[in-house]
Design a protein around this ligand. Structure first.
Ligand code: IMP
Length: 432
């Protein structure tokens, strides 16, 4: 039996939450290994719509959920999210949610710095979610982060806050933003501590035991390969590694335990925030994709930029992301189009190339080379059997497989759990 790691292929918002929720019924544990509450996962279960940011998507099916050490945790945002889903009838107790004791915290100073820096960038903004993600990861690497376990030690908390504020207040003042008082932050953290500490655990140990017992672990990635801090469209990326290789690090498990890597890819492309997007559409087709696909950010409500499928980026993401197979989502959004374009190369400075250059200026200069495929008139919405898809839709999926180089083993044809076509179970797939 294999574990499964789910990661996004494009710029996020591929519909990972739905696929993770769907796969969670087959797993014992669901673990988040990177990112924070910049993620927004929407799960539709019958009449209920759950919007999750930090809670692993397994929470909806009552699975043991783990927030790993690779995640940056805003304790206030997490408690608010728990209260929100409990209002919807879910129970989130320490029996089903465990948070790594070594997870770094996001504090209000991080949010303030994230926003102040974005404002100072003017037209060169990254378009962050303003959740403090980048500054929190910076503090982790700089070895001054306050981690969950520090909430249990007042003395440690005090000197760590001194160190943190020395750094952050200097920066905030330099940017003309308000600075923070230690006493206020301290009392806020001491008030939160008893609410969050009951969830704290040595999560690496729990996961290793699950693994040893031969039970399945589902690793839930957030964001996507093109937002990876090393491999994405830098600097327009998030501040963590979103590739599958980070699942072991961010959960505290061996890299050998990540199992089958399932990449989630949308049948077209979207991007929220700034940065290069070679196949972006500025016409009625792009607007139509946005409307039919309800392309508004779950976290910030911003409208997402839309464009044709980019097979060059998908093939690259499969290679650097370590992806074994794909789940194709939102196929139904393409219903009714006369023709569908797929990017199969780029033109840059008079040359045809088969990969995105690394330099941001060159990334902005590339122009897509398209292949045109026939569209379909029938609706694919809610189809649950491969054979029921229109012939042109089957052709589209087959062509994407050829261009990307790995099989599409799962298709999503609507937001509900049942709107899914399973061609191959990733948990049952042996890895060569
Ligand atoms: P940050 O992660 O808030 O620092 O934002 C950095 C970039 O990643 C921005 O372009 C965000 O819009 C993008 N981003 C972060 N999280 C997500 C996500 O879950 N879905 C889509 N884009 C995201």
């Amino acid at each position: 039996m294999s574990n499964v790691t789910v990661i996004g292929v494009q710029w996020g918002d591929e519909g990972k939450g739905k696929i993770v929720d769907w796969l969670a019924s087959r797993a014992e544990v669901v673990v988040r290994f990177q990112g924070g509450h910049n993620a927004g996962h929407t799960l539709v279960v019958g009449e209920n719509i759950y919007k999750l940011s930090l809670l692993p998507s397994g929470i909806v099916s009552g699975k043991l959920c783990i927030i790993g050490n690779g995640v940056v945790v805003d304790p206030h945002a997490l408690l608010a999210e728990i209260a929100r889903v409990e209002d919807q009838g879910l129970k989130v107790t320490p029996d089903i949610l465990r948070i790594a004791e070594n997870a770094p915290l996001i504090l209000p100073v991080h949010v303030a710095l994230d926003c102040a820096r974005e404002a100072a960038r003017g037209t060169r903004q990254i378009g962050t979610t303003g959740r403090g993600i980048g500054p929190a990861y910076e503090d982790k690497v700089a070895r001054r982060a306050i981690r969950l376990c520090d909430l249990a030690e007042r003395k440690t908390l005090e000197w760590k806050l001194d160190e943190l504020l020395l750094h952050h207040n200097t920066l905030l003042a330099g940017l003309g933003a308000s600075t923070f008082e230690k006493e206020k932050l301290l009392s806020c953290l001491l008030e939160t501590a008893p609410k969050i500490l009951p969830f704290m655990a040595q999560t690496w140990d729990i996961l290793e035991n699950v693994n040893k017992r031969g039970k399945r672990i589902l690793f839930e990635g957030a964001q996507a390969v093109m937002l990876d801090v090393d491999h994405g469209t830098y600097p327009f990326v998030t501040s963590s590694n979103t590739v599958a290789a980070n699942a072991g690090v961010g959960a505290g498990l061996s890299p050998k335990s990540i199992g089958f890597v399932l990449g989630i890819v949308k049948a077209y492309c979207t991007r929220v925030g700034k940065g290069p997007f070679p196949t972006e559409l500025f016409d009625d087709i792009g607007r139509g994709l946005g409307e039919r696909g309800h392309e508004f950010g779950t976290v910030t409500g911003r409208s997402r930029r839309c464009g044709w499928f980019d097979a060059i980026l998908a093939r690259y993401a499969v290679r650097v992301g370590g992806i074994d197979g794909l789940a194709l989502t939102k196929l139904d959004v393409l219903d009714g189009l006369d023709e569908i374009k797929v990017c199969v190369g780029y033109e840059c400075d008079g040359q045809t190339i088969d990969r995105l250059p690394s330099a941001p200026a060159a990334q902005e200069r590339v122009r897509p080379v398209y292949e045109t495929l026939e569209g379909w008139k029938e609706t694919t919405h809610g189809i649950q059997r491969w054979d029921d898809l229109p012939m042109q839709a089957i052709h589209y999926v087959r062509r994407l497989e050829e261009l990307i180089g790995v099989p599409i083993i799962l298709l999503s044809t609507g937001a509900d759990r049942q709107d899914t076509i399973l061609k191959q179970d990733p948990f049952e797939t042996s890895l060569s």
